[in-house]
Design a protein around this ligand. Sequence first.
Ligand code: WT7
Length: 647
Amino acid sequence: MIKETFNPNPELAANAAIKNMDEYWALQNKALEDYEGFWKEYADEKIDWLAPYDQVLDESDAPFYKWFINGKLNVSNQCIDRHLADKADKTAILFEGDRGDVEQITYAQLSLRVNRMANLLRNEFGVGKGDRVVLYMPMIPEAAYAMLACARIGAIHSIVFGGFSTEALKDRIEDAEAKLVITADGAYRKGKPYMLKQVVDDALSQGGKSVEAVLVVKRNNEEINWIEGRDHDYNELITSQHAECPFELMDSEDPLFLLYTSGSTGKPKGVQHASAGYILWAQMTMEWVFDLKEDDVYWCTADIGWITGHTYIVYGPLAAGTTTLMFEGVPTYPDAGRAWKMVQDHKINQFYTAPTAIRVLHKMGEHEPEKYDLSSLKVLGTVGEPIDPPAWKWYYETVGNSKCAIVDTWWQTETGGHMISPLPGATPIRPGCATFALPGIIAEVIDPDGTSKKVGETGLLCITRPWPSMIRNIWGDPERYKKAYFGDAVKDGKPVYFSGDGAVVDEDGYITITGRVDDVINVSGHRMGTAEIEAAVKKDDSVAEVAVVGRPHEIKGESIFIYIVLKEGHINKDIKNHINALLAAEIGNIAKADHIIEVPGLPKTRSGKIMRRILRSIAKHEEITQDISTLEDPSIVKEIETKAREA
Ligand code: WT7
């Protein structure tokens, strides 16, 4: 079968960091031949070591891998101080507010603000090395200052996405035993102020006893509740802080941050990342995958509450010394041309967003990109979910004018940075395909027992060698870390990292991601565990049983579909609104379901296991092809199908 393939733009390839597939394979072979030597070369070249490491990789306590043993560095130095000699006046963060207000923050200004914030945290709140700081922040520069200030003094930040509810925030504060919460009164979205601080107040009134203080940035100056003694005004306190804050000498393996993410079981887990390996790969992938050049202006539309915002709005771009655009608003406000106008105004060279956003922009304004001068664009990125070929084509042809590289980057919160992605100057790209593992990343598609899959066979996507930016632990739960990521699969006697995704490799070696193979669903690029949603629904007294599945959705990729069995004698007329209100309170608006139906029972095997595959098929209105004769009550399937068709 001949697959539609687009060769790299020759102009781009001529000056690219990796110029063709021969160069790619040469790098990848180098990594395969001398894995540690490969990484050593980059670590020595890229990291501003404050004390040298004495070993590249320690695998003795696998899967608790360690990188760059005994090396010392500071990530805020890597992202700021070391650039001051030649980039002091270069714009580090280019901020555009929801209402169109623009601010340019140079590396010198960034340095001053981060130093002041670091002093504030250290001196006023006694935050020190290893302390946890929770950030519940909008997309404003102060969020980046706070991250870097934590890194400077060795505190571990844990950012909670601003769309998460009180309950979700409280859980994360408690799991991390945070000492300080940094938030804002709110910010602006779609021309209007919205509020955040109240969520923090509510979370702390219900728990989070470890929190000693709340630092509040004023953004929209709306009236907020204020608790004297606990709440502190950032804008007032920051001005009197000393302009220099000596950074903490951090070990390569000292945790840089925690970021909670959903898995197939239990509560969200605190993914723990280390310092040296993380920042090294963040910087390398910025340079390779986005093919950054000295004067480029780069824009990633993610929220800092997700890993994409960590690695590719703040840490990666700043480590690479580039100009990173941070945007408070939404790309479709005030109209479907907002994003393209911003690309034109700021002469954006790399634009990185999610397939959901691409589908929305496409649907709302198919010809909108044609109204703007998008000629600055060189690389267009996508992340978070599989991109369907029609969305890919529109992105390539209409946004990129058939001259930009599309980098479909596959990675995860746990991987810290890109893993499988085209290289703009080298890889012939194909719609909907993440293509090849990056140099140094050893990805394989295998069976649960570790046997490699053949060409064309879908299997489990695994990373069979540890890599520098990989997850180090689940905060406070090493057993869960081992169980969740290093199941049964073993390769060459070593446990391999299992991603939770399925993939298939074709005869040309191209890797296509087929989606999650576990009970995790992906709604608009937001990852949620069905178990987590089910646990929230079960908090309702009238619910006897619940099963949550994902259903393909035109824009969101997947939507949430919930089957509920009510307890005897309970009637719930407005079940959808009722349960969605509960989900909004327990998790956040992102967990609201498109479909919630009441059913008389769930399809179960005789041993009581819920047959989710059947429920997924029913949600899709698919013909049931599975054998249902082994069910405890096969007739239930017809009844559920009827209900689902009415929904
Ligand atoms: C899951 C990770 C990576 C940052 C944003 C999401 C899915 C991610 C792709 C892609 C197909 C993708 C996977 C993965 N995913 N990128 N290019 N093609 N699927 O991070 O919340 O940790 O979610 O997102 O299913 O496991 P996350």
